[in-house]
Design a protein around this ligand. Structure first.
Ligand SMILES: N[C@@H](CCC[C@H](N)C(=O)O)C(=O)O
Length: 287
C-alpha cells in the first residue's frame, strides 16, 4: 500500500499525518501502520500517527495513534497541527472552527501572520477531569469522586507526591526541584503501566520556576519520552493551580524540551493552550 503523508510537529512532538479526506486506511490496519511508520529504522520515524478526517459533529476530526499502535483519546500538539493542516488544505473556511477528538469536540483558533500564513494556534481544551474514577485511577486508596492532589504514590519502595489530571487522556504529575534530575528514565516506564491506572497514564515531571513559568518533561503512554505533550502541559498547569504554585486565570509559560507553550486554566473552568505547529515533510510511505 502506498500512503501519502505529511510529517508535522508541535514543539518536536512529531506525528505522521494522513489526509483522511483523500485517502483511506482500513480500520484494522491503522494500529499496525502506526507502529510501522513510527519506526525510525524501518519506517519514517515519529511519535505516532494522526488521521485528519471528515467529522459529522465538528468541522474536522482527529484520530491519534501512539507509536505502539494504541489509540489515544486526545493529543494537544496533534490538535494544533490538525488545525493548521485543515486550514491550509481548505477543509475549513474560517480561522475559528471545531475539531472532534475521541475525547470530545474542542474549539480551535488559528492566528495568522500578515502574509496570511499560520503563526500559532489556540485550542480551547475544555475543562479538565479531576475525579479519581474518571481519570481513570483505581479507588483502593481513596474516594472515587475526590480529586487526586499531592497524594502519596509509591514506586519501587520510593514515596512520591502525585497529582492526577485528565485532559481527555490521563496524566500523573510529579514535582521536582531540579528538572535535570527528574527520574524520568527510572520511573517513567514503570508508572505509565502502573496498575493503579487501569488504562495506563502519561507521566510528567514539573519544576516550578515562579507563578508564571514551569519546566516540564514527559514519558508518554504508548510512545515513551517525547519532546513535548500538549495535553500533559495543560494537565501540569491545572495541577500547578491545584497545588498552589500558579494562579487560576493567569497564563503560564510551560518550557518543554521542544520549546514553549502558553497555557491558562480560565475562571470559566476551560483550559486554553496556545502554541505552534510546523510542517516538515510530505511524501509517500510504502507499507
Ligand atoms: N503527545 C500528545 C498526547 C498523545 C497521546 C498520549 N500518549 C496518550 O496515550 O494519552 C499531546 O500532545 O497531548
Amino acid at each position: 500500500m502506498k500512503i501519502p503523508f505529511t510529517k508535522m510537529h508541535g514543539l518536536g512532538n512529531n506525528y505522521i499525518y494522513i489526509d483522511g479526506f483523500q485517502f483511506e486506511i482500513k480500520e484494522d490496519k491503522i494500529p499496525e501502520v502506526s507502529k510501522e511508520i513510527s519506526n525510525v529504522n524501518t519506517g519514517i520515524g515519529s511519535d505516532g500517527l494522526i488521521m485528519v478526517l471528515p467529522s459529522k459533529i465538528a468541522d474536522v476530526r482527529m484520530r491519534i495513534f501512539n507509536k505502539d499502535g494504541s489509540e489515544a483519546m486526545n493529543c494537544g500538539n496533534g490538535l494544533r497541527s490538525v488545525a493548521k493542516f485543515a486550514f491550509e488544505h481548505g477543509y475549513v473556511q474560517s480561522t475559528e472552527f471545531q475539531i472532534e477528538a475521541k475525547s470530545g469536540v474542542v474549539n480551535a483558533t488559528v492566528q495568522l501572520n500578515n502574509d496570511e500564513t499560520v503563526d500559532s494556534i489556540t485550542i480551547d481544551m475544555g475543562p479538565p477531569i479531576l475525579e479519581r474514577e474518571k481519570i481513570p485511577m483505581k479507588t483502593e486508596q481513596g474516594n472515587p469522586h475526590e480529586r487526586v492532589i499531592a497524594e502519596s504514590f509509591e514506586v519501587e519502595g520510593e514515596e512520591y507526591s502525585a497529582t492526577a489530571v485528565s485532559m481527555g487522556n490521563p496524566h500523573i504529575i510529579f514535582y521536582v526541584e531540579d528538572i535535570e534530575k527528574a527520574p524520568i528514565h527510572a520511573i517513567g516506564p514503570l508508572v505509565t503501566d502502573d496498575s493503579r491506572f487501569p488504562e495506563g497514564v502519561n507521566v510528567e515531571f514539573v519544576q516550578v520556576i515562579n507563578e508564571r513559568e514551569i519546566i516540564f518533561r514527559v514519558w508518554e503512554r504508548g510512545s515513551g519520552i517525547t519532546q513535548a505533550c500538549g495535553t500533559g502541559a495543560c494537565a501540569a498547569v491545572v495541577s500547578s493551580v491545584l497545588n498552589g504554585y500558579v494562579n487560576k486565570g493567569q497564563e503560564v509559560t510551560v518550557h518543554l524540551d521542544g520549546g514553549d507553550l502558553w497555557i491558562s486554566w480560565l475562571d470559566n473552568g476551560h483550559v486554553l493552550m496556545r502554541g505552534p505547529a510546523v510542517t516538515v515533510a510530505e511524501g509517500v510511505f510504502w507499507s
